[in-house]
Design a protein around this ligand. Structure first.
Ligand code: ZN
Length: 346
């Protein structure tokens, strides 16, 4: 139906945080992700860029943050990625609620999505209809809304959990979905279809989301497979606790160029390809103003550090290495928690 090479799904999600140490402690120790790259914002080298992922930094597992300490708290609303959801194995939410109690994490009651009352999209014949799923909504220390979704993880899943702080049987296994809040859903929905995602279901929104219809789109998957779209006129403001952009996987340069062309035909204005050192990227704002990125699978986070050493040192790409002393002097020192030296004891 579409000439665009379909995307396997989400590549990474990038967010804005406040205190860098608080961000590391939460995402590494409390949630159990691996810090696979400690670098700087290439457009603002006075700010860190932290990349958290599975043990290998596989595409579809990377949550990244700019800790912009001078910025103030943001507000989640229209024209933003409003929720970022991660896959966890079936039956693991009891573990996570206990862990959240232990670590003082702010979480809500579980929500069921796409249960018996969900209506399948009439044109969906792919066998890809969403199945009932249980969701645990919570917030990170900056108030960023995050969700854990129980998912059937296959034996041959492409993610490789990092079991330093969270046992493998409960560990986060990459992205489940992002939810987009937009004032006018139709143009955004049409763009997702142009990008090769398929509409697979709708249901009445519930929980802490606007009271209207949730429409689900599916990519090839299995990681970062879904994008949900909800209409809202709720005002938004960028700042701590909000998403900066979402990146979709375009595995090769050819895939990316084909997607770039398709997006341009939609009347959008994609950038030229930019070398982000661990992947190559194209950026554009979709119709509602949400910043989308297209990212290649390679070269990967292990292209400049061994798999074993990922995240161990501050990596300065390209010409920034020549300015290391100046750059390091401007960054707040941080400690990476390890099982031998958890944040609580540092
Ligand atoms: Zn990005």
């Amino acid at each position: 139906m579409t000439e665009t090479p379909p995307t396997p799904g989400i590549h990474h999600v990038t967010c804005i945080a406040g205190d860098p140490q608080q961000n590391i402690d939460f995402w590494v120790e409390t949630l159990g992700l691996r810090l696979v790259k400690r670098s700087i914002n290439q457009d603002d080298p006075g700010t860190y860029h932290f990349f958290y992922a599975d043990s290998e930094g596989n595409p579809g597992t990377g949550m990244t943050f700019f800790p912009w300490e001078s910025m103030s708290a943001g507000k989640v609303g229209s024209g933003q990625v409003s929720r970022t959801a991660f896959r966890v194995p079936e039956g693991s939410l009891d573990f996570w609620e206990n862990r959240f109690d232990e670590y003082g994490v702010d979480y809500d009651d579980r929500v069921e999505r796409f249960g018996s009352e969900a209506r399948s999209a009439s044109d969906s014949a792919s066998g890809d209809e969403p199945r009932a799923e249980t969701v645990l909504p919570f917030r990170d220390p900056d108030g960023l809304p995050v969700e854990l979704v129980e998912t059937d993880i296959p034996e041959d899943d492409p993610t490789d959990p990092w079991a330093e702080f969270v046992p493998e049987e409960y560990a986060i296994r990459g992205f489940h979905s992002v939810t987009l809040w937009v004032a006018d859903p139709l143009p955004t929905q049409e763009l997702l279809e142009t990008m090769g995602l398929e509409k697979v279901g709708t249901e009445q929104a519930q929980g802490d989301t606007p009271g209207d219809e949730r429409t689900r789109f599916a990519a090839e998957g299995p990681v970062g497979k879904y994008v949900d779209v909800l209409p809202t006129i709720e005002g938004s403001r960028q700042g701590h606790g909000t998403v900066h952009h979402v990146a979709f996987q375009t595995p090769t340069d050819e895939d990316q160029e084909a997607m770039r062309t398709a997006v341009r035909k939609e009347g959008l204005n994609p950038s030229a390809q930019i070398d982000r050192h661990w992947f190559r990227s194209v950026y554009f704002r979709e119709h509602a103003g949400i910043l989308f990125e297209l990212a290649t699978s390679g070269p990967g986070y292990d292209s400049d550090e061994s798999l074993e050493d990922l995240g161990g040192r501050l990596v300065l790409p390209g010409e920034f290495e020549d300015r290391r002393d100046e750059i390091e002097a401007n960054l707040t020192p941080v400690e990476i928690p390890t099982a031998e030296s958890p944040a609580a004891e540092q």
